[in-house]
Write a protein that binds this ligand. Structure first.
Ligand code: TYM
Length: 371
């Protein structure tokens, strides 16, 4: 089997999430830890119940601090290279849940600089425009404006730069190359960039002049940035940021992650109903070639993108998802029925999201901070 690749800029191949924990040196979120979270949150989010958020760094420490009365700041972000897709929403929806349950402040970074540096085709004007568009999706999810700061790197660089410089001074080229796979042909802005993504993790500590714990929810592809940030933190007298990682919301092609560059197999928050229907109807499933075969042999929800969509996001009730899985395996339902069901769920979600997204246009200044 082809070895899979997971870096902040490339995810490909069939991902073995257990192996990734080993490779990256993170910890699995076990049942004890889930129960410890539940003590504070009451209800458990679907993404915890179903172990979609499955890996962490120092989460026990964050909870211990919280239990001792010390609040943490949340930090997450987006690289504005295009429209937002459903995969991006996953860590943000989960972050919103954490903000609500722990009454935590959120720092949200929009890395227009990163996408300018890493994407040949994009200008700074493009990435800035996408940053503002992506911010609408963040706001639409219902974050508390009193507890949320959204910033675009090129508009907040004066605040971030001093921290980024301190971080950059402690990271050698050889570390950056080993972690991110840079080559001699890589532009030097890209090599420096990780220090900009590290900076917000230490921002609250700088502002308050004392150690403020920071928790970063993200998909596991972003971990390499923070592995490096954690290594340099003690050298700069900052607390190491803690992390909670999710798996990737799959593409409609049934493998890899949903990726912004593959339009036909990704659902964007701005998609029109007809596009959504078409994409779902063309989705890869675990069904058999004919109805007769499906009835006899049953389908395979394990490889089915439609089932994964329901499992990751759109089927809130555990009983219902179990029943559907069984019905699929027994051949009691056909792929067409599942696709129809999923399409309706997505359309309902997007209709509401798009309405909130439009309203967010007038609220953007409640959230954005600039130098
Ligand atoms: P970006 O824009 O690639 O992705 C934004 C967030 O979405 C996660 N993600 C996914 N999660 C689930 N399923 C998927 N298919 C999927 N695709 C992407 C990413 O892990 C990320 O959490 N450099 C970052 C922006 C950033 C950031 C941060 C992210 C700046 N500071 C702090 C997390 C935490 C980026 O390009 O993300």
């Amino acid at each position: 089997m082809q070895e899979f690749v997971v870096t902040p800029w490339e995810v490909k191949g069939e991902i073995d999430y257990d192996k990734l924990i080993e490779k990256f040196g993170t910890k699995r979120i076990d049942d004890d830890l889930i129960q410890r979270i539940a003590k504070h949150t009451g209800e458990l989010h679907l993404m915890l119940r179903r172990k979609i958020f499955y890996s962490h760094r120092s989460l026990n420490w964050i909870l211990r601090k919280y239990e001792e009365g010390e609040k943490f700041v949340l930090y997450t972000g987006r690289g504005p290279s295009g429209n937002t897709h459903l995969g991006h929403l996953m860590p943000w929806i989960f972050t919103k849940y954490l903000q609500e349950k722990f009454k935590a402040k959120l720092l949200f970074q929009l890395t227009d600089d990163e996408k300018f540096l890493f994407k040949e085709r994009l200008s700074l004007e493009d990435t800035r425009r996408y940053a503002y568009e992506n911010a609408l999706d963040v706001i639409a999810l219902g974050f508390d404006p009193k507890l949320t700061e959204i910033f675009i790197d090129t508009e907040y660089i004066k605040t971030l730069y001093k921290i980024a410089l301190k971080v950059a001074k402690k990271i050698t080229f050889s570390t950056a190359r080993a972690v991110f796979g840079f080559e001699n042909s890589t532009n030097i802005g890209s090599i420096f960039f990780t220090s900009i993504q590290a900076a917000p993790a230490f921002l609250e500590t700088e502002r308050q002049g004392r150690a403020i714990p920071c928790l970063i929810p993200c998909a596991i592809d972003q971990d390499p940035h923070f592995r490096v940030a954690r290594d340099v933190a003690p050298l700069l007298k900052y607390p190491k940021p803690a992390l909670i990682h999710c798996k990737f919301f799959p593409s409609l092609a049934g493998k890899d992650k949903m990726s912004a560059s593959e339009e036909e197999t990704s659902i964007y928050t701005t998609d029109e109903p007809e596009m959504v229907k078409r994409k779902v109807m063309n989705a890869f499933t675990g069904g058999q070639a004919t109805i007769k075969e499906q009835r006899e042999k049953g389908g395979n929800p394990g490889v089915c993108s439609v089932f994964q969509y329901l499992f990751y996001f759109f089927e809130e009730e555990d009983m219902k998802i179990k029943r559907r899985e069984l019905a699929c395996r027994n051949g009691a339902i056909l792929c067409g029925e599942c696709k129809q069901y999923l399409a309706e769920k997505i359309l309902r979600f997007l209709e509401q999201h798009q309405e909130k997204r439009e309203k967010a246009r007038d609220r953007i200044e409640e959230f954005i901070v600039r130098d």
